[in-house]
Design a protein around this ligand. Sequence first.
Ligand code: GDP
Ligand code: MG
Length: 598
Amino acid sequence: TDLSKIRNFSIIAHIDHGKSTLADRLIQRTGGLTDREMSSQVLDNMDIEKERGITIKAQTVRLNYKAKDGETYTLNLMDTPGHVDFAYEVSRSLAACEGALLVVDAAQGVEAQTLANVYQSIEHDHEIVPVINKIDLPAAEPEKVKAEIEEVIGLDASEAVLASAKSGIGIDEVLEAVVRKIPHPKGDRAAPLKAMLVDSWYDPYLGVVILVRVIDGVLKKGQQIKFMQADTTHLIDRVGCFRPKIEQLSELGPGEIGFITAQIKDVAQARVGDTLTDAKRPTAQALPGFKEVQPVVFCGLFPVDANDFEKLRESISKLRLNDASFSFEMETSAALGFGFRCGFLGLLHLEIIQERLTREYDLDLITTAPSVVYNIKLSHGGGTIDLHNPADMPDPNKIEQIDEPWIEAVIYVPDEYLGPILKLCQDRRGIQKNLTYVGGRAQLTYELPLNEVVFDFYDRLKSISRGYASFDYHQIGHRAGDLVKMNILVNNEPVDALSMIVHRSAAEARGRHMCERLKDLIPRHLFKIPIQAAIGGKVIARETIAALRKDVTAKCYGGDISRKKKLLDKQKEGKKRMREYGSVQIPQEAFIAALRMG
Ligand code: GDP
Ligand code: MG
């Protein structure tokens, strides 16, 4: 293909500004799909993606567009994941393109994620074409949004396309702008093959499918290729593209985006950002920017019904086939039984996997409080360990220092909510780095410990601002912190699933909260039950469940036979899910409720 007739671009936007709707319109307009096939959004294809309106996996589609200049162009439209947890995938998708459509909602204006994405796009030297979407809305203020784009981002918005992806306004103008403004790719067909692995996923019919962007050289069926980071070789058995239906091609040349299959069994072998080259005639240097993705948030997943353990193992293994970025290993808990310790790229990633297990595999699950990865320096030159599970915390006497991960967060919020949001950040040990105002909105930059963010920060932010605040973050490394492990003791015995690592200053409040909660959740017994929060041997909060009076039980067991039998059956049922602490029986629901405190 003639390089000057190719355009590779992505669409960047804040969530809900209309990225998927616009993508679907572009596909429809260029004939990729019939109207009937358009009935549901094409690029968001998982249920959860549809409901939450976010893209979890990148998708790409090849369009043919006959432009006003009479020439036919090949447009490769790359959809990028819409959430901060997948920032690395986004960066690779952007690296595969020469330009981007910046979609901004005409009624909402620029938001935190718009900014985060646009800065990334600029870093990749993209030509950025602003598109002001939803101009059909009565509240649309395209001129104001244009001014905002210029003021906040510093982009020339005088030629911004005014569009309504929903009603199909401005779609041709968007396509023309892509052809005229976005530069065509460059590349050398005669040079050794160099291609970037943009994404990979598991397809039940095709096996592992790999999305690639060819930089130099040619990819062909039957070619022996080498993955430079993974240091493996594979034989290509299919080459093609998505229109969005699969179309097989004879080859992919420089500047092109498409897919290959190579009889790869495990997505973990096809890592995003890897460089593909010809095994016999390799390129001298791999592409820059490869990064090994590491899970940053960990939690335990346990089946509510212990009999579901095997089913959980199978389901997790299946999900993992398609997502090499989460990890799992078996874990046992005295409180919750057998389960798995799982690692995720972030909180949303955790929620997605948890939701898929619940919905697609029909599992009832308990999730323990999310925890980040701490670096623990042991005393007397004992080395350092990465701690993924508070239960594995070494004896405090053997610890010299605990380092925790920090993030830099950018929060974008209407002025009127600024006060309470500053307080929230401050309460979470945040360090304010910057505060600027742009058109009635504040842009706040804070450094925060990640462990304070995984603990319901996002929900609080949304509720304080009535949904108007937006939030974006990236990690900035580990820092030493005054962190302690807090145990929760019921009848003087620690409950492993409830232990957590907290900052010393927050321990008492959190411990008290947990004790109060458990007091309401644990049924009374014939004796008093102490509930305590403790750091090492020191009790920092305490509640007591009063003893049950005898006559209450007597009353309870009166009545006719059938009622009594029902009660006994119910008790039996309950017994299965009881855990004993000392001589205290705690229904599993108590742990679940305590863990769902958020
Ligand atoms: P994404 O999160 O950026 O992919 O956004 P979507 O494409 O999923 O759109 C979010 C919501 O905005 C959906 O309910 C769309 O129907 C709606 N939407 C998208 N484009 C327009 C538009 O031009 N006008 C109006 N009124 N609504 C739109
Ligand atoms: Mg979308």
